[in-house]
Design a binder for this molecule. Structure first.
Ligand SMILES: [Zn+2]
Ligand SMILES: [Zn+2]
Ligand SMILES: [Zn+2]
Ligand SMILES: [Zn+2]
Ligand SMILES: [Zn+2]
Length: 232
């Protein structure tokens, strides 16, 4: 390691790197470039450690109570930000609001897109991203001169229902659930582990590949799952 500050050992430097990685892992892009105050960060660390014991699982549930999808760290929210940018550690309150600076989103709501995909509005044909995430504004479109007062998605689920028919729900319990839900829980765990690998010094490509792999597996699960033995 070149260019250590005077008096700092390699071990000390490694500790700093670890602390930095942990900070990035927990805070992500949500601090807007200004480090969190120490007390706030310690509170966040405490909640995150607790959340590791008793994790929130996020499901996209249709009107018949079937869980069609599960959210992973990179899954998008109606507010455009990712699940990891939300308060995923609020296990007790389940108030999973967005942590990105200035975002009015009060609770994570899954938008089933991957990568650069988009979902357009049935009323105005603008992207979901153009619509307001502030719950007081009822998902009105923010494009100049657009009079759309509520986003409805041009999208239908493999279950045949619309985006609006589904709810994003937060669960802490997985045991005793049918196979598909347990499998989703397991895959979500995989997401978390792959992300951890990336932050512990794996390359960005490895991290992305891992996330892609999990997305593919989740996609498989949506598509059929007639051979449960394959996944578990
Ligand atoms: Zn959000
Ligand atoms: Zn947001
Ligand atoms: Zn619209
Ligand atoms: Zn519009
Ligand atoms: Zn569905």
């Amino acid at each position: 390691m070149a260019g250590l500050p005077p008096g700092m050992s390699k071990q000390e430097a490694a500790m700093h790197v670890d602390a930095y990685m942990e900070y990035r892992n927990l805070v992500g892009d949500t601090d807007g470039g200004a480090p969190l105050p120490e007390r706030e960060y310690e509170e966040l660390r405490r909640k995150a450690a607790k959340a590791k014991q008793n994790e929130l699982f996020v499901f996209f549930r249709n009107s018949k109570g079937l869980d069609c999808r599960a959210a992973g760290p990179s899954s998008r929210c109606f507010c455009t930000h990712r699940y990891r940018d939300h308060a995923w550690f609020e296990v007790d309150t389940k108030r999973v609001k967005c942590r990105m600076a200035g975002c009015p989103c009060k609770c994570y709501q899954l938008i089933p897109v991957q990568g650069s995909q988009d979902i357009k509005c049935r009323q105005c044909r603008h992207s979901f991203e153009d619509h307001k995430a502030d719950p007081k504004l009822m998902k009105a479109c923010g494009k100049p001169n657009c009079r759309c007062s509520c986003f409805t998605a041009v999208w239908s689920c493999s279950c045949g229902e619309t985006w609006e028919d589904h709810q994003t729900v937060f669960e802490t319990e997985i045991p005793g659930q049918p196979y598909r839900i347990r499998a989703r829980g397991a895959l979500q765990g995989l997401f978390h582990r792959l992300r951890a690998v990336q932050y512990r010094g794996g390359s960005k490509e490895e991290g992305l590949l891992g996330e892609h792999l999990s997305e593919v597996l989740l996609g498989r699960l949506e598509g059929g799952g007639s051979r449960p033995g394959m996944l578990m």
